[in-house]
Design a protein around this ligand. Sequence first.
Ligand SMILES: Nc1nc2c(c(=O)[nH]1)N[C@H]1C(S)=C(S)[C@@H](COP(=O)(O)O)O[C@H]1N2
Ligand SMILES: [Mo]
Length: 246
Amino acid sequence: MKRRNFLAAASAALLAGCNRVAESESGKVLLGAAEKWHQRAHRLLTDRTALAPEYPRSAISPFFRGNGSTDPQNGDYPRHAAEGFVNWRLEVRGLVHKPLSLSLDNIRRLPQRTQVTRHDCVEGWSAIGEWTGPQLSLLLDEAGLQENARFILFRCADNLNGQDYYESVDLIDAYHPQTIIAHSLNGEPLPIRNGAPLRMRIERQLGYKHAKYLTAIEAVASLDDIGLGQGGYWEDRAGYQWYAGI
Ligand SMILES: Nc1nc2c(c(=O)[nH]1)N[C@H]1C(S)=C(S)[C@@H](COP(=O)(O)O)O[C@H]1N2
Ligand SMILES: [Mo]
């Protein structure tokens, strides 16, 4: 819906400006080129909003392995783990009109999406799991993005090799229907190994984009001043692609 509105607005803007341009010969050429550009952009956007494959429950992997941090020992995390995460908060902040601070209960009471998807790690393994949680779009709409917000940043509780893990996506992936804040794996609260109590599922992207141990969601205009400026832990550290679409 959002994408369509955006495309409709983009086309309208194009057409409004074109009444004048269309009167000249070079204007006609320009218009043709613009239309082709628009078609291509439309196709790209449509592709990016396509759903990742979903699987039957019978396809679920018996064991969903953990990768990277699997038992954070830094900061408040061990205390939260010992408390069963009853005091965990998820902040929604940055370029939003109404910052939010949500408990796990708040998150579990929102409308939920459940999806059985395949996780693909660049290190060469995959696993199928059933994830449940609210769509990120719900939280972003509730907080209300400011006009200059371009990226959504995910802050994590774990420190891995001396750096705080973080990730980010653009607004297309942020608003993708399968982008959810998962609190459950295969119908049970997330194991610590898989990101308890909250982790992102960004189903159209590779494994390292799926931030675990989620503490905050931040709307930002630029990624330049965050971490080393490449948009994520592995992007900063090892030059992984920021856009890891699959
Ligand atoms: N906070 C945090 N998120 C993370 C990681 C991590 O080390 N810390 N590892 C990433 C990588 S490389 C992968 S493949 C997946 C692994 O998810 P899993 O541990 O549930 O298998 O989480 C991603 N998200
Ligand atoms: Mo990974």
